[in-house]
Design a protein around this ligand. Structure first.
Ligand code: MOS
Length: 710
């Protein structure tokens, strides 16, 4: 059976159903990991390294152990030995080595969280400190090429002769763009409740995938996968930071080993989120574009540099979007890494596409300016007929429709082509555009079980995750349509390894993978038992393969427009209006989808204007490691966000015809804001975030200051 055989006839699909878990959430009865009732829990607080590199020479736990209520103090000396230490990020407390500042070097278990936290502050550690290197510079001579980049993509690609094409191009852009280090800060920090019973481990975990946690944690403790039970019905955001296990879950499971039968509760503090939960690497991207006078690209070259950690490689796939986005016969992309004494970078909403499309889409704006072309028109002129990298047709590609609809909605005709030509009440006002893209990933390996109950009711089980995204609702809608019954007759069960295995909620692939499995299970039930299956009848379906992924290039597209107002006196940047128009196949639930896209664009606005983790190179740590100093866009920073989508029928992606929407919303937002800021002020900011100091301009650069100087 092929995965897309037969489309589901949409009935519940496409309706803006309220969240089925909404009442449970607003009344507080939805239990998040830390809140799971577990008898008499004990509490864990972590001890972190205070040097960026070195060896522990002494660790004095006496004062900590003497604190009333303390049950155990964990260090590398008494920590359980792990059965598998190949993943150095997860090899917690296995040696005296310190690989980055903030790394876990111990933990305290106590009867109250206050006692654990106080006692942890009393642990005294001494180090043999070694010199460290924690700041990304692109000019270092030890950058290296990873074997592949995140997602399994090729590190470098080359088609045609880029250098010759650039040398002979009528118009060129040659600039370097930089994006800041960003840290994921979901509302719910990383939390675990761990308990060992009869040699088996139960984890109540805030995660993007219960089966993913099971399969990665089990071997660390020498367990079979079915000896690890992971429960995660509700998650307060993840954005990728909970898409792979990090050190906290390991520390919690270890600590629980010291108090068998008792549940250990562990939540990262907000500052700890900046050390042990992954982050978006800063990037430096050298982009060169060549085009004819009409703006038709002849050459695209992207050389991307990012950082990884000494102990574990993560290679941001920054340049991959440039491989497929626009037509150009000559193209080249490279990725290089600096290995630093820093925490391990990881996924943050649209890794690769998000920083990559900032640079690429600002470069396109610069090309439009150089050609004297409208930037919407420039993008339309460079639409490829097929995927420029593979030659495959797109399963559907409606970027142009998104650009046109977005232009209509923002009032693009009001835009002045010449920058710095619109002033309103002491503000320079501009409009900007950028494109969005995100792949449709097919993750095999999920299965779902559908069981018929009394009165035409069905129970649908799959270990899927709802990060706050709407899975509880959207998957129930899909199940209802596959079974051809009203949604009220479906009881969904997700977020538990007791249910059939589900792929991780990552790469915006969840609904594609889990929905396909649910549809197949429902169809198998109907094929076996007909329209009225007897009480207790059951069928299982798998995601399977989708052969269409071999024949088509599959992506969601979008266009984002920003209106930016810059105060002429202060340089303060405001974004009163963002417009996002997306082409993402069939939208399962317009209400939860809209929230996802508004959320993505809000995070993109935050990236554009505010978010920046400042590394103090002397200490080797993020200096602004809390929400007082790491500013995330608050309500007052966000103006009107107008989200819509165009009707798109894609018969190839999956039985629902849907594309993922979790990540595309953040892709392109920052470029649209930067391009609008340029249109407003004439200052080209190539370095995120766009803080007001950058708009003061460099008079020597010929731009002139954006705002008045006194
Ligand atoms: Mo998402 S960053 O792919 O978990």
């Amino acid at each position: 059976m092929t995965a897309t055989q037969g489309r589901v006839r949409p009935r519940a699909i496409g309706t803006p159903l309220d969240r089925l878990d909404g009442r449970a959430k607003v009344t507080g009865s939805a239990r998040y990991a830390y809140e799971q009732p577990v008898g008499e829990p004990v509490y864990l607080h972590a001890v972190q390294a205070t040097v960026a590199r070195g060896r522990i020479t002494g660790i004095d736990t006496e004062a900590a152990a003497a604190v009333p209520g303390v049950l155990a103090v964990l260090t590398h000396r008494n920590a359980p030995r792990l059965a598998d230490t190949r993943d150095a990020e997860l090899a917690v407390l296995q040696s005296d080595a310190v690989a980055f500042r903030g790394q876990f070097v111990g933990g305290v278990v106590a009867t109250t969280s206050e006692a654990a936290r106080y006692a942890a502050s009393l642990v005294r550690t001494t180090y043999d400190t070694q010199p460290h290197d924690s700041v990304l510079r692109p000019d270092r001579d030890d950058l290296y090429a990873p074997e592949s980049v995140n997602g399994g993509f090729a590190t470098d690609t080359e088609q045609g002769d880029v250098e010759a094409a650039l040398a002979s191009a009528a118009v060129t852009v040659d600039q370097t763009y930089t994006t800041a280090m960003n840290h994921n800060n979901p509302m719910e920090p990383h939390t675990t409740v761990a308990v060992w019973n009869d040699g088996e481990l139960t984890l109540y975990e805030s995660t993007q995938g219960v089966h993913m946690v099971r399969s990665q944690v089990a071997p660390l403790f020498g367990l079979q996968p079915d000896e690890v039970h992971v429960v995660s019905p509700f998650v307060g955001g993840g954005f990728g930071s909970k898409g792979t296990p990090h050190a906290p879950v390991v520390l919690a499971a270890m600590a629980a080993r010291l108090v068998p039968g008792r549940a250990v509760r562990f939540a990262l503090t907000r500052p700890q989120m900046f050390f042990v939960a992954g982050y978006r690497t800063p990037t430096v991207q050298h982009i060169r574009l060549g085009a004819d006078r009409g703006g038709r690209l002849t050459a695209i070259s992207v050389d991307a540099v990012s950082q990884t950690s000494r102990i574990k490689e993560f290679a941001e796939q920054t340049a991959v979007a440039a491989r497929m986005m626009y037509a150009a016969p000559h193209r080249r992309t490279t990725h290089r890494l600096a290995r630093l004494d820093v925490p391990v970078p990881s996924w943050m909403r649209a890794p690769g596409e998000c920083p990559g499309m900032f640079a690429a889409e600002v470069a396109m704006d610069e090309l439009a300016e150089a050609c004297g072309l409208d930037p919407v028109e420039l993008r339309i002129r460079n639409e490829p007929a097929t995927d420029p990298e593979t030659g495959r047709p797109f399963s559907s590609r409606n970027l142009v429709a998104c650009l046109r609809e977005g232009a209509r909605r923002i009032g693009w005709e009001r835009r002045e082509q010449a920058p710095r030509s619109r002033r309103e009440a002491g503000h320079l006002v501009g409009l900007g555009v950028a494109a969005s893209v995100y792949p449709v990933f097919w993750m095999p390996g999920s299965s779902a079980t559908v069981r018929a109950g009394a009165g035409g009711r069905y129970t649908v089980s799959i270990g899927a995750a709802d990060l706050g995204t709407g899975t509880w609702t959207a998957l129930a809608q899909i199940a209802a349509d596959a079974l051809e019954v009203p949604v009220e007759r479906v009881e969904l069960r997700i977020g538990d390894t007791a249910f059939p295995p589900a792929s991780v909620a990552g790469g915006s692939s969840g609904i594609t993978a889990w929905g396909s499995a649910v549809v197949h299970a429902a169809r198998r039930l109907r094929e076996t038992y007909g329209n009225a299956p007897p009480d207790g009848a059951e069928a299982t379906g798998e995601t399977g393969d989708n052969p269409a992924t071999e024949r088509f290039a599959m992506y969601a597209f979008g266009a984002q427009f920003a209106e930016v107002r810059v105060d002429e006196e202060t340089g303060e940047v405001r974004v009163p209006r963002l417009v996002g128009v997306f082409a993402a196949g069939c939208v399962i639930n317009p209400k939860t989808a809209r929230s996802q896209l508004v959320g993505g664009m809000t995070m993109g606005l935050s990236m554009a204007l505010h978010e920046e983790s400042h590394v103090d190179g002397r200490l080797g740590q993020v200096a602004n490691h809390d929400l007082a100093e790491y500013h995330i866009a608050a309500n007052a920073d966000v103006g009107d966000i107008d989200v819509s989508w165009i009707d798109e029928d894609d018969p190839h992606v999956n039985p629902m015809g849907s594309k993922g929407i979790g990540e595309i919303g953040i892709v392109g937002t920052a470029a649209a804001v930067a391009n609008a800021a340029h249109n407003a002020t004439g200052v080209r900011v190539r370095d995120l975030p766009i803080t007001l100091d950058k708009l003061l301009g460099d008079p020597g650069a010929g731009n002139g200051p954006a705002v008045r100087r006194r």
